[in-house]
Design a protein around this ligand. Sequence first.
Ligand code: AVI
Length: 318
Amino acid sequence: MVHPITFHDHKPVTLNLYDAVIRGLSRTPKSIPPKFFYDERGSALFAAICEQPEYYPPDVEQAMLAELAGEIAGLTGTGRVIFEPGAGAAAKIRLLLPHLKPLAYVPMDISCEFLREAACNLADTFPGLPIHATCVDFTHSLPLPKTVPSGPRLAFFPGSSIGNFTPASARDFLAMVHDRLGPDGMLLIGVDTKKDPDILQAAYNDAAGVTAAFNLNLLRRMRDEAGLACDPAQFKHHAFYNGEQGRIEMHLVSRRAQTLYLHDHRFQFCEGESLHTENSYKYTPQEFIDLAASAGLELEAHWLGREALFALYLLRSG
Ligand code: AVI
């Protein structure tokens, strides 16, 4: 079967990992941006996290999308161009496509091979849907290929990926989405809610250790791709809810005092010193509606899922 897929490779980040390691390990406290989690193995591990019973967001959000797809289509109308930053396996959009009947779908992801496979799988289920797979670091830009038909746009940003930005960068990102939406554009976004910290804590410390493997994979990448001399076994996964900041924090904590080398750079770790790898902010509905408004996006509708564990917002570019 011939798939109507075009592929656009903007050659994202792998080139920058080396610089990010030097910059991130030189600062105090040490940190590295979470986008570096997502090489092929990292993307597969994230898909496995989504299968863990403790990690509730995918289940709750999926149930909401399945139940609300018709209602959402009633509010957005059909025949839009849908773009999805960080589309990953492009699983959730499948629930919406039969209802939203888009003109075209533009999945964007940093992991090119993963994206290519996801686009091909999607085309198998939805033959005839024009797919413009775009490999890009969506935290920097949201390029829509020139071949995308004109028509009102809908951005889809599920999974609470917005939580991985600081609130200030979330605002900047939403403003960039707003710019890409153009006239009559809409954004459907999934956002994790503030809740009992024990539920949050368990979600990032699954019993099977998949989140730990996902976190530690970053060190493997730093070793294998950037050339950092390190032994991932000398670090341990640490995730906790920081109630003051309203976020889960993930860290890699050094099990002992050690020095890591990268060419002529040396990085000293004390025992118990951490490399901060991710923040995952949680928002009350009012906090998120205010954040979206600060980026020029007006609330059209919002829904809370089971036990208010997760929220969906439909916003309009004002
Ligand atoms: C992709 N992102 C929304 C996930 C989150 O929950 O912040 C990444 C993740 N990190 C650990 N588990 C899941």
